[in-house]
Design a protein around this ligand. Structure first.
Ligand code: 9MR
Length: 385
């Protein structure tokens, strides 16, 4: 490529990242700068995106976002694959990246029913572990991990997805609950507080916009608070689609959770644009649906009409978050760009989804500018006499 066309490309890329002149209040505004007085704006990343092999990903992540969540690297399976064996290499990439770019690091997640190896739940003789054995294992894992990252992690998703998705039971059936009992959450939070005296400690779940699951969540958290369990925040994952759930339910969720006196975080935001057959709102990774070309219509390109619809949806969401900025302390996108999103493989493998703010070429989408505009609008309103 001749130097002229290279410099033209660089100019084009720079322009692509600044707000169109018609909206420009601060042309070089970024997500992290625009929302700096409101809440952290975070992104989930894989260590392969920030270990020196994808410089553009590193540049965009560091420039636009003020918090990072390791998408998989802090899960039990990754950190502690076998008894007595810890693997910290990929997790350390995050601690170093966060420090180098002045970003907050979120530890996701200490106790979850998924991505936890089978040995964790086994006793010495192949039988299930006893309650005492499992509690000791949980405590040792939490102590080791939380201690290693005590100077790096701002907050931990201590327990992830413990609530049930239906039926009469409050909690889902899981080996944690079966072996320890319903109080496994209380123990996890107490162990986390013991190991990380200064960190924020969160409960994190999906589908809390559903009134039944939300009520159950409030019941669960109220009970924990009444028992003096050291919980400081709650994350609503927020895996949404273009029109579900209703904005009113999204707002009610933030209100109900903040009434508990907890910090509220939007922890895994994305807006799925692909058609679905049922099952909406259930981000249980074990859910699978039948492949069908009709459910994968935007393989080549996302039509402008859908881009605009998605931009409007993101703008409405950030309008709600900004109105509740006193309780919402972080909004994290579940992936840096459309190509990296888990939604290309859920609930059907190998589709082309477009759920995030940045496209596969690492360029900002209309949704990116819509979010930036919401932030700038609020800043201008605040400045107005
Ligand atoms: O995005 C994650 C994906 O890369 C993993 O394959 C998947 C496996 O469990 O987990 C995804 O992240 C999940 C998160 O940890 C918890 N909430 C639901 C997320 C999407 O499945």
């Amino acid at each position: 490529m001749n130097p002229l066309s290279l410099s033209r490309l660089v100019v084009m890329a720079c322009l692509a990242w600044s707000l169109p002149a018609t909206h420009a209040v601060e042309p070089q505004a970024t997500l992290r700068s625009v929302f700096a007085d409101d809440f952290l704006v975070g992104v989930a990343l894989g260590s392969y995106q920030i270990n020196g092999r994808v410089p553009k990903a590193e540049e965009v992540a560091a420039k636009q976002f003020s918090a990072i969540t390791p998408e998989n690297e802090f899960k039990w399976q990754a950190l502690h694959p076998a008894p007595g064996r810890y693997e910290f290499k990929s997790a350390d990439v995050f601690a170093n990246f966060a420090k180098a770019h002045d970003m907050k690091l979120i530890g996701h997640t200490l106790v979850w029913h998924s991505q936890t190896p089978d040995w964790v739940f086994k006793g010495d003789d192949g039988k299930p572990a006893t309650r005492e054995q499992l509690l000791e294992r949980m405590r040792e894992h939490i102590r080791t991990v939380a201690d290693r990252y005590k100077d790096s992690v701002k907050g931990w998703d201590v327990v992830n997805e413990a609530l049930s998705d239906g039926g009469p039971e409050l909690l889902r059936d899981s080996p944690w609950r079966r072996i320890i009992g319903d109080d496994f959450l209380d123990h996890a939070f107490r162990f986390a507080r013991e190991a990380a005296p200064n960190a924020e400690l969160y409960y994190n779940d999906y589908g809390l916009e559903d009134p039944r699951k939300r009520r159950n969540c409030v019941t669960l958290l109220k009970g924990m608070i009444a028992r003096g369990v050291p919980i400081t925040g709650v994350g609503t994952q927020s895996h949404f689609s273009l029109d579900r759930p209703a904005l009113s339910e999204i707002e009610k969720t933030i209100q109900d959770l903040s009434t508990l006196g907890l910090k509220v975080m939007v922890t895994e935001l994305d807006v799925d644009v692909l058609p679905a057959r049922g099952g909406f709102g259930n981000a249980d990774i074990n859910r699978r649906e039948q492949a069908d070309p009709a459910l994968d219509p935007y393989k080549a390109v996302l039509p402008d009409e859908v881009q605009q619809k998605q931009a409007k949806r993101y703008a409405e969401l950030f309008d709600v978050y900004l109105r509740h900025r006193k309780s919402v302390t972080r909004v994290t996108l579940w992936g840096l760009n459309d190509g990296f999103s888990w939604l290309n493989h859920f609930p059907i493998r190998g589709r082309t989804n477009h759920a995030l703010l940045i496209d596969r070429a690492m360029l900002p989408k209309p949704a990116f500018f819509a979010v930036l505009k919401e932030g700038q609008k609020k800043r201008e309103e605040k400045k107005a006499p």
